[in-house]
Design a protein around this ligand. Structure first.
Ligand SMILES: [Zn+2]
Length: 303
């Protein structure tokens, strides 16, 4: 069995949201370069598009149709002020979902202990029937739904995963108790300005502007870990956003590279089966180093 496998596909670099958009192809390219240069022993497997039935685990057909219908033949279509479609966006988004689903399958089937979906566009802002915040489909939630094991999604992106919360709440309201969501994120007044209260199967830990590594670790230890222990998951899915790093141009938190490995070490002792799916992280110079710390912790199975 492998310790860590990466699922990716360079076809996802063809999704383009316009010149100067922070959610750009170079994010994936820089991370992939780092892996090939610094961590050449990690197996990389090709991610394939999810089929439409898999997307229906989270979204209604109307949502899929609206993304496809609005996909332009050339140029861009603006879904909102942040989120754009280019001609290959739908195809890239299907692969992005597929990478997470394949990663879950590989871990649940025992082919690898942990897996990382190096994918874009990200997914945690995509709600039941709304694309927003650079996200078209709910990658992490769909990955959770794709298996029948009890799954906790832990989101450390600087932005609250309003989409994942929306879908977990709907899933819970429909009588299911097998998926939960826990998030640390920059709190009040910061986009998307959700994630201030807890609910059944939802644990929100908002952080104030300037939160340091120490404060982040205290919050995870005091709030996220007890919630995770109580939920008792068989699988963890990280919504791995690296925009809470101190150098990120969008966030205002002060996490360090080490924090992205530290949180893996903490969670591993509760549940060693881990899938991590890339969300945000927009400083192209520091993003690969943050991901490297995260991958080193995922790969280290000596616990
Ligand atoms: Zn983010």
């Amino acid at each position: 069995m492998h310790d860590l496998v990466i699922f990716t596909n360079e076809a996802m670099t063809k999704h383009n949201q316009g010149l100067g958009h922070p959610e750009c192809s170079a994010r994936l390219e820089r991370i992939l370069d780092m892996v090939k240069n610094d961590m050449p022993n990690i197996p990389i497997e090709k991610a394939y598009p999810a089929d439409e039935n898999t997307l229906l685990l989270a979204h209604p057909q109307d949502h899929l149709d609206s993304i496809l219908d609005n996909t332009p033949f050339d140029g861009y279509h603006a879904i909102d002020g942040d989120t754009y479609l280019s001609p290959t966006s739908y195809d890239a988004a299907l692969i992005s979902v597929g990478a997470g689903v394949q990663a879950v399958k590989a871990v649940v089937n025992g082919e690898t202990k942990t897996a990382f979906a190096l994918s874009r566009p990200p997914g945690h802002h995509a709600e039941y029937d709304t694309a927003m915040g650079f996200c078209l489909f709910a990658n992490a939630f769909i990955a959770a739904r794709s298996s029948s094991v009890r799954t906790l999604i832990i989101d450390f992106d600087v932005h609250h995963g309003n989409g994942t919360e929306d879908l977990v709440k709907r899933h819970t309201a429909n009588g299911h108790d097998d998926i939960a969501y826990a998030s640390t994120h920059q709190g009040l007044g910061f986009w998307p300005n959700t994630g201030h209260v807890d609910a059944k199967n939802i644990c929100n830990a908002p952080l104030s502007v300037g939160t340091t590594s120490d404060d982040f670790r205290k919050t995870v230890t005091n709030k996220i870990i007890p919630f995770a222990k109580l939920f008792n998951p068989e699988l963890i899915i990280f919504s791995a956003g690296f925009d809470a790093h101190e150098s990120d141009p969008l966030g205002e938190l002060n996490l360090t590279h080490n924090d992205f490995g530290w949180i893996v070490d903490q969670i591993k002792s509760i549940c060693p089966r881990i899938v991590s799916i890339l969300e945000g992280g927009y400083n192209l110079d520091t993003l690969p180093t943050s991901v490297k710390h995260h991958l080193q912790a995922l790969k280290n199975t000596k616990q």
